[in-house]
Design a protein around this ligand. Structure first.
Ligand SMILES: [Zn+2]
Ligand SMILES: [Zn+2]
Length: 437
């Protein structure tokens, strides 16, 4: 049973504990109560329990494998093993070539059938054309739910972005999008290869001016860090493969035909789809494994650029803030649950209040709680996203490199205020959406 009264010293090692009741009690010395306690005894039958245990062991094993791989990449990057000319990446590029070639052959074959085949084959050619269009290399596009900020409307924001881009050696961004997420991102999209910077306002709001520079530098770092997965060749092949995977999911086929021949045809079709789908899945996993090392190394390089531009301490504190997403989430939840009457009708004031409260809540998270989140991130290594190496390893690596104490780009108060004013109308809209959902 979890203890209801809060101990002021550790039950395991008697070290004194922090007594702030806002956050869970845990012991930094021996990690007592770091992980959530196991749930109360379940009502499973012994057999169900065994199945549950087996599934648990499988998950643990998978997570351990992810952890080992991530730590291996970390060791290689930390010891400066050169990651370029990575043979795995060459193999991945060759596999991507195979994907593009298949699409090309499908297209060429379908066109030939449509143009010169006998009519039943022309129909087949037409179907092939449709499939080829679906599977075409995708260059990405702007998502509809993000709000673009035009250069003319936000000169101060773009001026800062341009300064940071120049400092990391990237081209100026073409468009900045504001999102409602607790993150930021950079991508090159479309035929014109436009650079798109996505800034999540909930993250932006809780960062200090220096940390904002650090996050911009990391994201622009993606434009120059040589991440093959984001390149056109591999990136478009990966997107196409995901489309293949979706198309060949056997569940997409409807059954329920009652004629024997149709049932048989359906079975054959499902079997073919299952084989195709399995092959695509294998290819996706292979590409993921082959590019994981270079991709994670590229992330670490983006962090190094972030430290170079914003200073080591600031880059580090920005990464630590990334671990506080749940604090932001709980503020949002609290505000969403407020009765409509209490919310008032002044949307501008409500938005300003929300962004301020987010910033204050994050600033108020005490060091011992930050440390807890950091250690939890180290424990939860198996469940990190594919794009980024685990945050605690990123923090560790930034700390291991020679410290940068002179930031290349500083954000002056008046500049920060000008940016804030430019973002206010967008922030108002996003706050309304965030609180409505
Ligand atoms: Zn203890
Ligand atoms: Zn990144």
């Amino acid at each position: 049973m979890p203890t209801l009264t809060r101990p002021d010293s550790c039950p395991d090692c008697t070290a004194p504990l922090d007594t702030d009741p806002t956050f869970p009690a845990w012991c930094p010395a021996c990690e007592w109560n770091l992980l959530a306690r196991p749930a109360a005894p379940s009502l499973l039958t012994p057999r169900e329990q065994r199945r549950e245990d087996r599934a648990g062991r499988r998950t643990a094993k998978r997570e351990q494998a992810v952890r080992t791989r991530a730590e291996l990449v970390y060791e290689q990057v930390a010891s400066d093993t050169p990651a370029h000319r990575d043979p795995a990446v060459r193999l991945a590029a060759a596999l991507a070539g195979l994907v593009h070639l298949t699409t090309l052959l499908l297209l060429a074959g379908s066109v030939a059938l449509v143009v010169s085949g006998p009519w039943p084959l022309r129909v087949l050619g037409a179907v092939g054309l449709v499939v080829a269009v679906v599977l075409r290399p995708r260059l990405g596009r702007l998502t509809e739910d993000a709000a673009p900020v035009e250069r003319a409307d936000a000169p101060a924001l773009y001026a800062l972005a341009d300064r940071v881009a120049t400092a990391v050696g990237a081209a100026p961004v073409d468009v900045i999008l504001l999102t409602d997420e607790f993150n930021a991102a950079f991508a090159r999209i479309g035929v014109r290869n436009r650079g798109v910077l996505m800034i999540g306002l909930p993250l932006w709001a809780v960062l200090t001016p220096g940390q904002r520079v650090a996050v911009l530098a990391h994201e622009f770092g993606h434009d120059v860090n040589g991440d093959h997965r984001r390149g056109r060749w591999l990136g478009s092949a990966l997107r196409a493969l995901h489309e293949w995977y979706r198309l060949t999911l056997p569940e997409r086929l409807t059954s329920a035909e009652d004629h024997f021949v149709l049932v048989l045809a359906g079975m054959v079709q499902r079997l073919v789809m299952r084989v195709l789908n399995g092959a695509v899945a294998v290819l996706l996993v292979a590409l993921d494994r082959l590019t994981a090392r270079s991709g994670q190394a590229a992330e670490y390089r983006a962090d190094a650029l972030s430290a170079k531009v914003a200073g080591t301490a600031t880059a580090r504190s920005m990464l630590e803030t990334l671990l506080l997403g749940s604090t932001v989430e709980s503020v949002l939840l609290r505000r969403r649950n407020r009765p409509v009457r209490a919310r008032g009708t002044d949307h501008r004031a409500a938005a300003a209040e929300l962004w301020t409260e987010l910033a204050e809540s994050v600033a108020a998270v005490p060091p011992v709680e930050r440390e807890r989140r950091l250690r939890l991130s180290a424990r939860a290594l198996g469940s990190v996203d594919h794009e980024h190496p685990p945050t605690h390893l990123r923090i560790r690596l930034v700390g291991q490199r020679p410290p940068v104490t002179e930031p290349l780009v500083a954000l002056a108060d008046e500049e920060a205020a000008a940016i804030e004013a430019e973002l206010a109308p967008h922030g108002e809209k996003l706050a309304r959406e965030l609180l409505r959902s």
